[in-house]
Design a protein around this ligand. Structure first.
Ligand code: ZN
Length: 210
């Protein structure tokens, strides 16, 4: 939703509701963990009143454990925190599940997939960043393909149900290769919202790999 037109947010939400998209992806940035500042709980709580699909909240913030209850109250179904943000990520992931939400863990491009091996069963979603987080509209980093394959291998061997989500630079051109590498969930912001017919672009993205 970072790429949506906030002057007509209601209509943008309706478009997603009516589209083939499965989830809303909400990027929260604090100006500390990432250079940019986006939006927070009050906006998400308002969006939730109109939205009819799963809320996938991606926290690009320092000390994410401080805000878990607030995001639960704002309507988050999934809360994803960054591996790079804390000393006690395992505790944060457990806290997310204790609050009744699905727990996601994001890794930046420089963080090896291997770092999540020991707690893969604590994660409902593994978000592999395919750009350096902070801004929409960046180009997909090719090193991501190998990380997706590694993540898929790790999850399969562990017998875990963890979903692999790819965030950043997803386009109609690279979606097939991303899915072929093992991704389950594709985040598409700019590709959808900057296209002339966003609903049709979602439909085409959903058709990739079928
Ligand atoms: Zn995101």
């Amino acid at each position: 939703m970072l790429s949506a037109d906030f002057m007509k947010l209601g209509a943008e939400i309706d478009m997603i509701n009516e589209s083939e998209a499965d989830w809303f992806h909400l990027d929260v940035m604090d100006g500390r963990f990432v250079p940019n500042i986006s939006y927070g709980m009050p906006i998400i709580a308002q969006m939730k009143k109109r939205a009819k699909k799963t809320f996938d909240v991606h926290l690009m913030v320092e000390d994410p454990e401080r805000y878990l209850v607030e995001f639960k109250n704002a309507g988050a179904d999934y809360v994803t925190v960054h591996y790079e943000t804390g000393y006690h990520i395992h505790r944060t992931l457990t806290a997310i599940r204790t609050l009744g939400m699905k727990a996601g863990l994001a890794i930046n491009p420089h963080t090896p997939v291997e770092m999540v091996r020991d707690f893969i069963h604590e994660i409902d979603l593994l978000l592999v960043m395919s750009i350096n987080p902070g801004f929409g509209g960046q180009k997909f980093l090719p090193l991501t393909y190998n990380k997706i394959r590694q993540a898929k291998d790790l999850i399969t061997k562990a017998g875990s149900n963890t979903l692999i989500e790819i965030d950043g630079g997803v386009t109609l051109e690279n979606a097939a290769e991303i899915i072929a590498a093992g991704a389950d969930v594709l985040v598409a912001g700019n590709t959808v919202f900057s296209s002339p017919d966003p609903k049709d672009t979602i439909k085409r993205l959903k058709g990739v790999g079928k």
